[in-house]
Design a binder for this molecule. Structure first.
Ligand code: AMP
Ligand code: ZN
Ligand code: ZN
Length: 413
């Protein structure tokens, strides 16, 4: 028979256990959320060249890479998609901003809403799909690929691309997502800013307009940080800021006129510049290649199978038979287009070996070491890092967590 005292002991023990459990719940560190920000076309040199006081402040408290190495071609969609999948373009399927797929008999381009939303174009598994499949809500705002149901999964919060959405409204979305009820709040979010790329194209990487665009985006980073501080959310969020590629000066004195090299009516040029993806008409592939090879000046021409392995590009079916890659600063065009539009400003897409094409990486938050710099690394390693930060089992990919684990605080390794 239990005595009066044993009941008392039972309740005392229950109370102590409950008290200890509530303590351990309080001290259990809440998993930080992750915000991935892309500043399109932001070259790492911009940090020194232009006014970036807010980014500079983050550098002091976080991890800055000397540079990041983009995938080839150094274009927007291939790089954004490689960052979130950890796959080289030959494995991700996003081999260019403009593509043709023979099996689908369909074309892809950034402005083609139907194509952009068609999951058949996207291979591999973006981090938001990995997250959703493992029960974590996501809000990728304007990340290339995020409008398509890749692997059958839409992000919980999905947004159609809107270049006109003011930058402050984008930043406000982060605070909104972060302060939603815990069951609704996304653990992975993205932001995207296009302006630095836009002005880099129009006026070149070294121009007052590009400087002003950099300042504007930097101010938005400052606004984000002050909002996170005001709402006491700084310790709940890891932030990774990247760019997709750099930018190089172009000029009408550095042009490759395709119509003077081949009869370009006999080929289909799927993507033009600075990497021309050429589909010759039936039976004339060797002839077209020979004509280009005979005049190989200021560019390199390759048969698909001869493309250097280091570009991790040639294996995909969407890569056409002949690829012409302009040397840095050269533009591939035609005499007619040169006359009509000229060539000014900046461009990207060139070989990822050129330092001018390098991209940007900066990370800060509770999981990252503070005030360190790290050497350049390939952007395909970010998927593994993000999966690790979010405690997710990564899908097979080309990256390695080991390449970046040293930038994390020891308790987050
Ligand atoms: P690029 O031609 O490589 O310089 O591409 C940059 C442009 O891509 C930006 O100026 C945007 O207009 C466009 N862009 C970026 N993200 C998206 C997206 N998610 N959907 C459609 N267009 C996009
Ligand atoms: Zn871009
Ligand atoms: Zn661009």
């Amino acid at each position: 028979m239990p005595t009066k005292y044993s009941y008392l002991l039972y309740f005392v023990l229950l109370f102590i256990t409950g008290f200890l459990m509530s303590c351990s719940e309080e001290t259990e560190p809440q998993k930080a959320k992750l915000l991935l920000i892309s500043i399109d076309g932001f070259h790492p040199d911009y940090l020194d060249r232009y006014e970036t006081s807010n980014l500079d402040q983050l550098v002091e408290t976080g991890v800055l890479a000397d540079f990041m190495i983009p995938v080839f071609p150094t274009k927007t969609f291939p790089n954004h998609y490689s960052i979130v999948t950890g796959l080289y373009p030959e494995n991700s399927g996003l081999i260019a901003n403009n593509m043709y797929d023979a099996e689908m008999d369909a074309f892809y381009s950034l402005g083609n809403r139907e194509a952009v939303r068609n999951a058949q174009w996207y291979e591999g598994e973006p981090i938001w799909v990995t997250a959703e499949k493992q029960g974590l809500k996501t809000a990728p705002m304007f990340w290339p690929g995020s409008e398509a149901p890749i692997g059958g999964e839409f992000p919980t919060y999905s947004y159609p691309y809107d270049d006109d959405l003011p930058y402050t409204a984008r930043v406000d979305s982060v605070i909104h997502w972060m302060t939603m009820e815990p069951e609704l709040s996304p653990g992975f979010m993205t932001l995207y800013f296009s302006k630095v790329d836009t002005y880099g194209h129009r006026y070149g990487p070294e121009s007052d307009s590009t400087a002003a665009a950099v300042r504007e985006v930097d101010e938005q980073i400052g606004y984000l940080m002050s909002e996170l501080e005001r709402t006491d959310l700084l310790n709940d969020l890891n932030i990774i800021i990247v760019s997709d590629h750099g930018m190089a000066d172009v000029s009408d004195e550095r042009v490759i006129l395709l119509d003077q090299l081949i009869d370009h009516e006999t080929v289909e040029v799927i993507d033009w510049n600075p990497v021309a993806m050429i589909r010759p008409n039936e039976g004339i592939s060797a002839e077209i290649y020979e004509s280009l090879k005979a005049n190989e000046e200021n560019f390199r021409v390759y048969k698909k199978e001869d493309l250097p392995n280091r570009l991790h590009f040639k294996k995909h079916d969407r890569v056409p038979e002949i690829i012409l890659i302009a040397d840095l600063g050269y533009s591939i065009t035609t005499s007619g287009r040169l006359e009509q539009y000229g060539v000014t400003g900046g461009a990207h897409g060139y070989d990822n070996r050129y330092p001018e094409m390098h991209s940007f990486f900066l990370a800060a938050g509770p999981s990252f070491r503070q005030g360190i710099t790290t050497e350049g690394f390939q952007n395909i390693h970010l998927y593994e890092l993000m999966a690790h930060l979010l405690d997710l089992e990564p899908s097979p990919n080309d990256g390695r967590l080991g390449s970046l684990i040293h930038i994390l605080e020891p308790q987050f390794k």
